[in-house]
Design a protein. Structure first.
Length: 350
């Protein structure tokens, strides 16, 4: 990992050589990224605004039996399985306890952890220390390692927090195929990237054979996972029919997260986190694709946004997590309502 940075340029392009000050500069940068609400000059979206957007998407919902299954107590078998699945040789979080520690002492830890995780699940209360993270930085390939933005942050979470999130993700994951449309292939069980790749080539081939002109538009939201608005996230989960208690169990992971930056051998002061899904958390990809689905569905059902006609229906988009590829015809007609939807989604969710 990157530990020695000769110098860093601050926001005014002044060189910083002192290692402790370099670490402080990283902390300021990431504190700003993970606290976007402090910089907003426009009012935050209201629940009514978000509800209106979600209602227009006509989201599917869990069945009563699916919702009930989510609320079942965690078992010792589930906790043990999550511990056994932990990868080897991973750096620990701030508490210093490694994956190997949990695996070696699993027989002693599992009963207590099961009670502990069920208590969090039932109450939504989680110790703030459990939500601490250490952020280390790696230079992005091909970028000058002189600006904070040219480094990739790696968040090291405590293993107990990741285990709790893994239990929630294991419950939620199998339900995603019934909630997420087939255009999304990222992190949905049973779906493969090649599904969308084949669809892409089929549409290109069809366009050539039918002499249909159109536009391929690739979208990639800037730091999408880091910017997600928690209020929007909670309302989306509820709109999909997740029980309020289960959503409360998820939101416990976002009750009081904080982080410190480790760079150049120095550890920064702690800063709070108030937006974004947590990097390295097993639950984060699942939450994100659920949060993105209302936008995808609104694009899909919009009569004003014209996709590529095929024998199997109109195709408009393909998604892999936050990467969106749009197939549009008559762009002069389709682009204005598309941009309007993107603006609305951005204002409500980021």
């Amino acid at each position: 990992m990157q530990t020695n940075i000769p110098y860093l340029l601050d926001a005014n392009n002044v060189k910083i050589y002192n290692p402790a000050l370099i670490t402080d500069e990283f902390a300021r940068y990431y504190a700003s990224l993970y606290n976007l609400g402090l910089e907003h000059t426009i009012p935050s979206p209201t629940q009514a605004d978000i509800d209106l957007f979600l209602h227009a998407a006509n989201l599917p919902s869990l069945s009563p039996s699916q919702a009930t299954d989510l609320l079942a107590a965690f078992t010792e078998e589930e906790v043990l399985k999550a511990i056994k699945a932990l990868p080897k040789n991973k750096a620990p979080g701030p508490d210093g306890f490694t994956n190997l520690y949990y695996q070696v002492f699993a027989s002693s830890l599992v009963p207590t952890l099961t009670l502990f995780f069920n208590d969090i699940k039932n109450t939504g209360i989680i110790p703030p220390e459990m939500l601490q993270a250490t952020v280390v930085t790696l230079p992005k390939p091909g970028k000058a390692p002189t600006h904070c933005a040219n480094f990739r942050p790696i968040s090291l979470l405590n293993v107990d927090a990741k285990l709790y999130a893994k239990l929630l993700a294991t419950r939620l994951g199998p339900l995603l195929p019934s909630l997420i449309a087939t255009e999304q292939t990222g992190f949905v069980p049973g779906r493969q990237t090649r599904d969308n790749t084949q669809r892409f080539y089929d549409i290109i081939d069809l366009a050539h054979r039918t002499n249909t002109s159109g536009l391929l538009l690739a979208l990639d939201a800037k730091k999408a996972f880091d910017r997600l608005h928690w209020g929007y996230m909670r309302l989306v989960l509820l709109k999909f029919g997740l029980p309020a208690q289960f959503v409360h169990s998820i939101m416990a992971l976002y009750s009081a997260p904080s982080a410190k930056v480790l760079a150049s051998g120095f550890l920064s002061s702690s800063f709070h986190i108030t937006n974004g899904t947590r990097q390295g958390c097993p639950l984060s990809p699942l939450i994100f694709i659920l949060a993105l689905e209302p936008l995808a569905l609104q694009i899909k059902i919009s009569q004003a946004i014209k996709g590529m006609p095929t024998p199997h229906g109109e195709h408009k988009l393909a998604l892999f997590a936050d990467d969106i590829l749009l197939f549009l015809t008559t762009p002069e007609i389709s682009l204005p309502p598309l941009f309007c939807l993107l603006d609305s989604f951005g204002a409500l969710s980021y």
